[in-house]
Structures are given as C-alpha cells and as structure tokens.
Design a protein around this ligand. Sequence first.
Ligand SMILES: C[S@@+](CC[C@H](N)C(=O)[O-])C[C@H]1O[C@@H](n2cnc3c(N)ncnc32)[C@H](O)[C@@H]1O
Length: 278
Amino acid sequence: MIEFPTVQKQVIRNHYDVSTLFYRLLWGPHIHHGYWEAKETPAAAQIQLTERLARMAEIEHGSRVYDIGCGMGGSSVWLARQLGCYVTGVTLSSVQRNWASWAAMLRGVTPRPRFLRDDAERIEFEPASADVVWSIECTEHLFDKPAFFRKSAQWLRPGGRFALLAWLAGKDPLTEEQTELTRAVCKGMFCPSLGSQSDYAGWFEQAGYRVIKQGLWTRNVEQTWEICLRRIDRSGVRYLARLLGQNHTLFLNHFQAILDAYRTGAMEYGYFVAEKVA
Ligand SMILES: C[S@@+](CC[C@H](N)C(=O)[O-])C[C@H]1O[C@@H](n2cnc3c(N)ncnc32)[C@H](O)[C@@H]1O
C-alpha cells in the first residue's frame, strides 16, 4: 500500500463541493473512468464501465443497493432505471447530495434513489439491510480501508455482494520512481492511500467476504486521462481552477501523473466482486 497520510477529509469534502461543476462540464454525470473496447465516445465508455460492473456482480432486479461515494448519482440513477434497484447513495459532499437528489427528481427516476451526505467511514445502516454494496472510485479516499470493508459486511445480507472499482497501487515491489509517482497522484487526487490488488483482496477476505471475481482494466480505462487532458487544454477549466484556489490547480496538474502511473505500472485500475460469506 502507498500512503499519503497528510491528506485531510475536510479537503476531500471541499474538493467535491467545489469541483462537482468541473466534473460535470469536463466529463459528465459519472465521475469515473470510461471503459473502452473500441472507439466508443467518452459518454458511452462511462456507461459501459457501469454496465460491466453490474453484469459481473449479477445484480438482480429490485436489489437494495448502497452506492458508496455516489458522486452526482450517475450509478444510482443507472441502477434504479436499468435494474429497478432501490438505491441509497452516500457522498461526503452536500453539493453532490443536492445535485443527485434534484437530478433524480427532475428526471423522474423510479424507484427514486435517496441520497445522503455522510461519511462512509462513520455511517451506520441496519445489519443485513442491503443486497449489494456498490462503490466506484471512492475507497481511494478512505482512511481506514480494512475497517470500512468490515463495516460494509455488516450491511449486507449473507450472500450479498460488494461490487467495487478502484484505482490501485501497482504490483509490489514498486521502484522508488514508481512509488514517488503514486504518491504524487495521492497528493493531487486527495487519496490518503492506494492499496494494491492483493491489499484489496486481503481486506475483503479479512472482513468476511469471498472474492469471486477480480482483475485489472488498466489498459481499457487509461485513455480517460488523455481525453481529460485534451479537454482541459481546449477549455477554460484551468483558468476557473486558478480562480478557485491552489488545491483545484493541483488536482488538474496531476492528470498527467496518473496517465504516467498507469503506463509505467506504478498504478493499476481494478475490479472486484466479493460475496459476503453466510
Ligand atoms: C471519484 S468520485 C466517484 C463518484 C461516483 N462513484 C461515480 O462513479 O460517479 C468519489 C466520490 O467519493 C465520495 N467520497 C469520498 N470520501 C468519502 C467518504 N468518506 N464518505 C462518503 N463519500 C466519500 C466523494 O464525495 C465522491 O462522490
């Protein structure tokens, strides 16, 4: 695991409160990578990533889902519309909570997802109250990842599933250069740590899950950052970031670092489907 413990939760919250508009303008309602098999548009690639995870997790129609780190509600809305899921989305950001709630209401989504502003590391849900815990690109921001997985296992009924996508530290041992690059990404993207694929598999197992599917999609997702870099250069987003303060510029400046990290094996992009052991 690569650690960058000086990241603060308040800075993460503030980042998502202020930057949600950037994400919407630059990328769309889903704040996650796209998955490319061919020459899909970025919007299609983002949906493809969501669909692939849902298919792999074999989510049943009408499932009760906790969408942890729900952003603007992209996945929550998709799961409700496509699979009739009853979704509760959790985000650290009140701007995102409001955005997601309004978007779901204005688009007439049924069953209507509900959105909570809360901390995934502190929130309590009834034991065994979910069929699925879903989390795309949120656990990178958590401070005590093993404790979060233990907590999530309480929320799931026996046999329930955790569907996860995450940015990962590359395979151990990393060179000094790879470690520095990954730490630069942690700093710029507000991640107190990045676990490797084997770290995540271990956290799942220790929390009472059986990992049933896992793997890497790095080559399929990395062009996300080439597209974002092109879009930043063509748009006024960098000027807007400068006006909003140092942290926002820091964030944009690290897009190239992520691309380099993926290309050099310093980082990977991973998927996991884990089943709660009865
Ligand atoms: C990269 S975005 C992903 C958003 C969403 N999953 C999607 O795919 O569109 C990361 C999300 O994690 C949330 N997040 C970060 N730390 C969190 C925490 N401790 N508790 C709840 N949400 C958190 C942020 O508020 C943000 O919504």
